[in-house]
Design a protein around this ligand. Structure first.
Ligand SMILES: CC(C)(COP(=O)(O)OP(=O)(O)OC[C@H]1O[C@@H](n2cnc3c(N)ncnc32)[C@H](O)[C@@H]1OP(=O)(O)O)[C@@H](O)C(=O)NCCC(=O)NCCS
Length: 205
């Protein structure tokens, strides 16, 4: 689904505060640090808890394989400034024809600063720009208001509630489902006719 440019491990996205880049073996310790936290794992379908030895390496190899095949785009999130080790991850997975499923997780130390939203907006932009996906899908545990809010800020619309498979949580869990259609995403990005670019707007008295 993803083109050659994303299938190479030099591929990265840059936002104001973050790099979104392919995971590498040297990231294993940092990935284990946030993934092994219960407050992170419990809201996800696939992060096991307790986090077994070797699981971070398994995640890295699986992600790199899916990226190299162009099937998915699974990136770690690392700050541009300071220590550049991963503070989280974001994924776009092509589980359903013509659609990308968005997932993310961040270290609790950096929650509440808008970083998940910043990463998700960049990943969604890349997903719609690099592929022909007609929509993005996402699910959030019904008791995960932070994730719901991230999706809301990215323009997702609630599309229903139901049970979703969560192998690492031992079965099915109640989730809210969300979708962002390409047309809705495009209309959010498009400036209103005649609108000034943001820099010129600031300069206007
Ligand atoms: C979900 C998660 C990625 C959010 O990361 P984050 O960087 O804190 O997200 P942001 O700061 O971009 O946005 C969070 C929003 O949720 C809001 N929020 C946080 N906790 C909330 C709560 N208990 N009730 C309501 N809103 C809440 C924040 O105020 C913020 O909204 P605002 O910008 O309007 O104030 C992070 O909590 C996480 O990694 N959780 C564990 C894994 C997970 O849930 N992954 C998603 C699986 S669907």
């Amino acid at each position: 689904m993803f083109p050659d440019i994303a299938r190479d491990d030099v591929f990265r996205l840059e936002t104001k505060r973050l790099w979104l880049r392919w995971p590498r073996v040297a990231d294993a310790k940092a990935i284990e640090r946030y993934s092994s936290r219960w407050e992170v794992a419990k809201m996800t379908a696939r992060i096991p808890h307790p986090y077994p030895p070797g699981e971070a390496e398994r995640f890295i190899f699986t992600a790199r394989e899916a990226n190299a095949l162009g099937r998915d785009l699974i990136l770690v999130i690392a700050p541009i400034r300071g220590k550049r080790e991963p503070i989280g991850m974001i994924s776009l997975e092509s589980r359903l024809q013509g659609r990308l499923t968005v997932g993310y997780a961040l270290a609790p130390e950096v929650w509440g600063k808008g970083l998940a939203t910043e990463a998700a907006l960049a990943a969604i932009e890349a997903g719609f720009t690099l592929t022909g996906a007609i929509e993005m899908l996402a699910t959030a545990h019904v008791e995960n208001p932070a994730s719901r809010r991230v999706l809301d800020k990215c323009g997702f619309a609630h599309s229903g509630t139901g049970l979703e498979g969560a192998p690492a949580r031992g079965g099915m869990v109640p989730c809210d489902r969300f979708r962002l259609e390409r047309a809705a995403w495009a209309s959010r990005r498009a400036p209103a006719p005649g609108a000034l670019p943001p820099d010129e707007q600031r300069a206007t008295p």
